[in-house]
Design a protein around this ligand. Sequence first.
Ligand code: HEM
Length: 501
Amino acid sequence: MPVFTDAVSTSVKVLSGLLAIACITLCWLFYPPIYPRNIPTIPFWVTLLPFFYDVDQEETFKRYIRKPLLKHGAVKFFFGGQWNILVQRSTYLAEIFKNEEVYQKSGNDKKLPHSVIAEYLGDNIISSRGNDYRTYRTVIKPGLQENFDPEPIIQNAQKLYSLLRQLRTDGKSAEPNIQDVLQRYSITNILTCLLNSDLSLLDDNNADLNKLQRQVKKEIFKPIFLSFPFLDRLGWLFPSRQRSRETIHAFAQELQRVVCAGHEEDSYWMASEKLGSRLFAARESGIMTHKQFRDNLNVVFVAGQENPQLAMLSALYLLGKYPDVQAKLRYEVDMCLDGDLSPVVLGKLPFLSSVIYESLRLFPPISQLVNRRVDRPVNLGDKIYIPRDTYVGYNSYATNRDPSVWGLTADEFMPERWGTNNEDILKRFRRAKARAEFISFHGGSRACLGERFALLEMRITLFILVKNCTWTLDPHWPDRMTPAGPLYPRELRLVFDHRQG
Ligand code: HEM
């Protein structure tokens, strides 16, 4: 009898313990404990919606996030297994971008060192700070600020055009899809222009690097693991996560093989200022460890091909959806002398610049990012008290569409809003960046270092496509956005037509 009583009492204790843990977890999820009380909380389950339903994140944003975010300029947001402050208001963001010492960069390698996403990009120029950051910047920045030779991009863009033309579908679904072709194009541009490799994925649909990059992307943006990254510790329960790690390892190996091959065989790279050569030399001379080399190579490759790829995809989507804008752009393009692309390279076509800025405004490739930790308690905008060690992020999709800055037409695609001549357009672009009203390229001292390259690539690509073909949205394509991760048109389908004459 006493043995039976002991067993019952132990079971009751275990059950009570589990119940208490469940209650505390639920309270913590529903009522974030230490966070500022004067900004609203987005319910934690909003981030989990894509796990249960086939959602369009533009709809999710409009339904659950936009109103509180615009009203207060910041909200409490559950992501990465913790509560964060997600900021939208430009004045707050300008303060954050200026105050690097307080709002310190802290990437996934610090926040979630055990996670699959941390294994992917490690410690790199985008997420590091202090001495490591200075070393990475010294090596990488000159490789991104050179005057790029536009010729390889022009040649690649011609090939892109031929590939897209083959997708002509007469209204039926197009295979292989546009995003895949754009990925091969943007990878080829990075490899040939920055990384000293002569591998062209435009001629080879089956290159391992492309396949592995596609596979990694599928693994990374799984909402349940993004929201609860502690699950990545449970490899025994989720064997697929172990496979994700193996895919990431294979991807990094293949990228190094492709980039290093040219450098190991040849010595001309020693005199080269190209990014690939600079990274390779930093590893050879011991300025970077092998791990630092691997992580930074991964990140410049991923940022350098993924962001322009999404930017071009969204621009093609918008131009397909708004044929009048496409026609106006074509008029400007047709005015240029054939064969002379110097005004394009120099950014001297005003409507082309406006179209690019406007599509980057509406669909920033990095639509949301949480990668800063406050080093000490701080009062953001003298209003929002943020305790030490809290993670802070931004939502550029919301900032770029703020009606108090961009007016009641903030959600509309109106390239004319940037101005009518090169000077005004550039001024507006620079001012919007400096005031953190347009944050697609971030801002302040940690602004994107690849902006120049990305804009050049976009200008040449759109010029060549608009010159050679017209396109519309495939009428069978349901106009919808991705469910989670970066926000862009999901499995976009377009119908291309070759221009005669
Ligand atoms: C349309 C294309 C692009 C967009 C929208 C974009 C956007 C951004 C953003 C938002 C950041 C800041 C991230 C943060 O908050 O931590 C960033 C940083 C960075 N980007 Fe880009 N990027 C683009 C293209 C590129 C390209 C082509 C490269 C290089 C090949 C590149 C290299 C970098 C680097 C190295 C940083 C880190 C800068 C620093 O912290 O000093 N980006 N980019």
